[in-house]
Write a protein that binds this ligand. Sequence first.
Ligand SMILES: NC(=O)c1ccc[n+]([C@@H]2O[C@H](COP(=O)([O-])OP(=O)(O)OC[C@H]3O[C@@H](n4cnc5c(N)ncnc54)[C@H](O)[C@@H]3O)[C@@H](O)[C@H]2O)c1
Length: 251
Amino acid sequence: MIDRLSNKVAIVTGGGSGFGEAISERFVAEGANVLVVDIDQSAGSEVARRLGENARFFHADVAVEDSVRRTVDYACEAFGQLDIVVNNAGVASPPVAIDLMEEALFDRLFNTNVKSVFLFCRHAVPVLRAAGGGSIINTASTSALKPRPMNAGYAASKAAVLTLTKALAIELAGDNIRVNALTPVASDTPLFRDFLGDGAEQKRTEIAAAIPLGRLGLPSDMAACAAFLASDEACFLTGISLPVDGGWTAS
Ligand SMILES: NC(=O)c1ccc[n+]([C@@H]2O[C@H](COP(=O)([O-])OP(=O)(O)OC[C@H]3O[C@@H](n4cnc5c(N)ncnc54)[C@H](O)[C@@H]3O)[C@@H](O)[C@H]2O)c1
């Protein structure tokens, strides 16, 4: 493993499962100290325990401002600095027609997937700015670019993440804070199983067959790309959306 993140401190939201777990693991392997953040206490604390002394867990709801403020404060207290924020926690929903979608579901998708990015930027940017720079990575989705039917709320929330990424990249470039998005295709995590709803097995096979490289994504694909974007090797990249999608959005 290349040691590209030594002396860096990262917050990884949704670190208790799927992409966030793999990103946390990869960051620690690359030398970072990682604050694993999740609303699921047992999953998140288990990940941090498994990753050892360079990881800690913080229980937070990324959609609630006080929770986000306390997360940023804790990262600075526990590790003495903050360099990287990975806004990865998110929720999806089973397929639902627009006229049957409850307002509460739309709000939940936007609060967890979009407002969280705003809140973490609001509270982490002053810390990164004072430190002379940093890297913010937001998990979007290919749904933002090629939406599937019955998925409008989720797709729109991820499109908002892409636009926030570009807007903040421009706004924060003068502070040496890079802001980029990862845009993953379907990967077999608990969230994806929720997203598929009924007939999951058949849909999984069809989706994998439509991806040019012939398989679903893996959390390790996301982890490798996140480590690159977080590292100084990506020092000239800001405002990009990196498709981690086996060619899906090119097809
Ligand atoms: N898996 C896919 O196919 C896929 C594809 C495109 C984009 N994504 C995006 O990737 C990200 C990670 O998803 P995943 O597939 O790893 O899902 P996952 O369900 O495995 O992990 C998501 C984690 O986020 C946590 N979380 C949810 N709401 C939270 C909140 N309010 N506060 C704190 N933590 C919260 C969950 O507890 C969970 O541990 C999400 O933003 C998702 O939208 C996933």
